[in-house]
Design a protein around this ligand. Structure first.
Ligand code: FAD
Length: 384
C-alpha cells in the first residue's frame, strides 16, 4: 500500500497551496465580514483549471483524478472554506453529473464554459419541504413539445445568483415517488428563474446560498440527464461522489484550526511556560492531529473505492460523517486552546468554528450518512 502522492497530485497540492496563501488568505477575514462573493478569485481559479478538475481535457477540463481534486479542495478550505464550497459545487454536483450522464452535445456545449470559470454551476435538489427526504420533492416538470417546463421552489442553493447552469431535480408527478423524478440542466439566465437575495448565514458567509423560484422555467429538450425517471438515481450517485468533497473541506478547515492552535499554544505563556508545554493542551493537540489523519485516511480510501466498479455509498458516507464531525470537534478544541481570544473575531479560529458548523448538515446530514451506513450494515447482517 503506497500513500505517497504522485507527481501530478504533488503539483496540484503545491500549486493550490500557493494560490490559497497568496490570493485567498489576504482577504478571507474581510470577505467573511462583508459576505461579498469573490468573482475575481473564481475567474482566477477557472484559469488555473480548478473549476473543471475532473472534466476531460477534450471538454476544456484539467482531466485530473478524484484524489487530485480532493487535495485541491482541502488546500482551499484550509484558507477559505467559503471559496472551497463554491468550487466543490461547480466541480462535483454540476460538472460531474453532466460529464457522467449528459449527452455528447450537452457536454460539448456546457463543460468548456464551466471548466474555464466563464460560468459557475450548482445543484438544485433541496426544497422548502424536502430536505433529508429529497424523494418528496414537489418541483414539477412537464413536456411542452419543444422544451420542458419547470415550476416550483428550491431552497439553499449554493452559487445561487452567481452561477448560470444548475443540475435541477423535478418530478412529473409526486404520486410516482422516485420513479417520477428526472434530472435537468437548467440555464438560470431566463425570466422563469428568480433567485431571492442570499441567506444571511452563520458561516461560509462569502458563498451565496439562495432560495429560488421556478415559474415556467424552460429547459431545452436536450438538457435532460440520463433518461426520464432516472433523476433520483442520478442525484444519489452524484451525492456519493460529491460527499467526498465535503469530507475534504472538513479536513481542510480542521487542519487550519490545528495549525492556528499550534502557533498560539507555542507563543502563549501561562504559569511561566508556553501552554503547549502543559500536558492537557499538548494532548488536545495530539488528539486533533490523529483525528485529522484518520479522516483523511477514510477519505482517501473512499476515493479509491470510487475508482472501483460498483457503488461506494457506504465508504463516501463514512468519510463524510467522520470528517465533518471531526471538523466540528477540532474547531471547538481550537477555540478552547485560544481561551478568551478564541471567542474573538480577531483570531481566525472563530471563523473556522462558524464555517465548520454546516459540514455535518449539507450534502446529507450526519443522520442521513448514518442511515446510508446502517442500510449497508443491514445488508451485511443478512449474510452473516
Ligand atoms: C449553506 C448551505 C448550502 C446548501 N447548498 C445546497 C445546494 O447547493 N443544493 C441543494 O440542493 N441543497 C443545498 N443545501 C441544503 C442541504 O443539503 C439541506 O439543508 C440538508 O440536506 C438538510 O435538509 P433540511 O435542512 O431540510 O433539514 P431536515 O431534513 O428538515 O432535517 C432536520 C433534522 O432532522 C434530521 N432528520 C431528518 N430525517 C431524519 C431521519 N429519517 N432520521 C433521523 N434524523 C432525521 C436531520 O438529520 C436534521 O438533523 C444547503 C444547505 C446549507 C445550509
Amino acid at each position: 500500500m503506497d500513500f505517497s502522492l504522485d507527481e501530478q497530485q504533488t503539483m496540484v497540492r503545491d500549486m493550490v497551496r500557493s494560490f490559497a496563501e497568496q490570493r485567498l488568505r489576504p482577504g478571507a477575514a474581510a470577505r467573511d465580514r462583508s459576505g461579498e462573493f469573490p468573482h475575481e478569485l473564481f475567474a482566477e481559479m477557472g484559469e488555473l483549471g480548478l473549476l473543471g478538475m475532473m472534466v476531460p481535457e477534450a471538454y476544456g477540463g484539467a482531466g485530473m483524478d478524484l484524489l487530485s481534486y480532493l487535495i485541491a479542495v482541502e488546500e482551499l478550505a484550509r484558507v477559505d472554506a467559503a471559496v472551497a464550497v463554491g468550487m466543490t459545487v461547480t466541480n462535483s454536483v454540476c460538472c460531474w453529473p453532466i460529464m457522467t450522464f449528459g449527452s455528447e452535445a450537452l457536454k460539448a456545449e456546457l463543460l468548456p464554459q464551466l471548466a474555464s470559470g466563464e460560468r459557475l454551476g450548482g445543484f438544485m435538489l433541496t426544497e422548502p419541504d424536502a430536505g433529508s427526504d429529497a424523494a418528496s420533492l414537489r418541483t414539477r416538470y412537464r413536456d411542452e413539445g419543444d422544451h420542458w417546463r419547470l415550476d416550483g421552489a428550491k431552497a439553499w442553493i449554493t452559487n445561487g445568483g452567481v452561477g448560470r447552469f444548475f443540475v435541477c431535480l423535478a418530478t412529473v408527478d409526486p404520486a410516482l415517488g422516485t420513479r417520477g423524478i428526472s434530472a435537468f440542466v437548467l440555464d438560470a439566465d431566463q425570466d422563469g428563474v428568480v433567485f431571492d437575495p442570499p441567506e444571511e448565514k452563520m458561516g461560509l458567509r462569502s458563498s451565496t446560498t439562495c432560495m429560488v423560484t421556478l415559474d415556467g422555467a424552460r429547459v431545452a429538450k436536450t438538457a435532460m440527464l440520463g433518461a426520464e425517471g432516472q433523476g433520483f438515481r442520478i442525484a444519489l450517485a452524484t451525492l456519493d461522489h460529491s460527499r467526498l468533497g465535503i469530507a475534504a473541506q472538513s479536513v481542510g478547515i480542521a487542519t487550519a484550526a490545528l495549525e492556528e492552535s499550534l502557533r498560539y499554544a507555542r507563543d502563549r505563556k501561562q504559569f511561566g511556560k508556553p501552554i503547549i508545554e502543559h500536558q492537557a493542551i499538548a494532548f488536545a493537540l495530539a488528539d486533533m492531529d490523529v483525528e485529522i489523519e484518520a479522516a483523511r485516511g477514510l477519505m482517501w480510501r473512499a476515493a479509491w473505492a470510487a475508482s472501483q466498479p460498483g457503488r461506494h455509498s457506504r465508504e463516501s458516507a463514512a468519510a463524510k460523517l467522520f470528517a465533518s464531525e471531526m471538523c466540528n470537534r477540532v474547531a471547538s478544541r481550537a477555540i478552547q486552546i485560544h481561551g478568551g481570544y478564541g471567542f474573538s473575531s480577531e483570531y481566525p479560529v472563530e471563523r473556522y468554528f462558524r464555517d465548520a458548523r454546516v459540514v455535518t448538515i449539507y450534502e446529507g446530514t450526519s443522520e442521513v450518512q448514518r442511515l446510508v451506513i446502517a442500510r449497508a450494515l443491514a445488508e451485511h447482517a443478512k449474510a452473516l
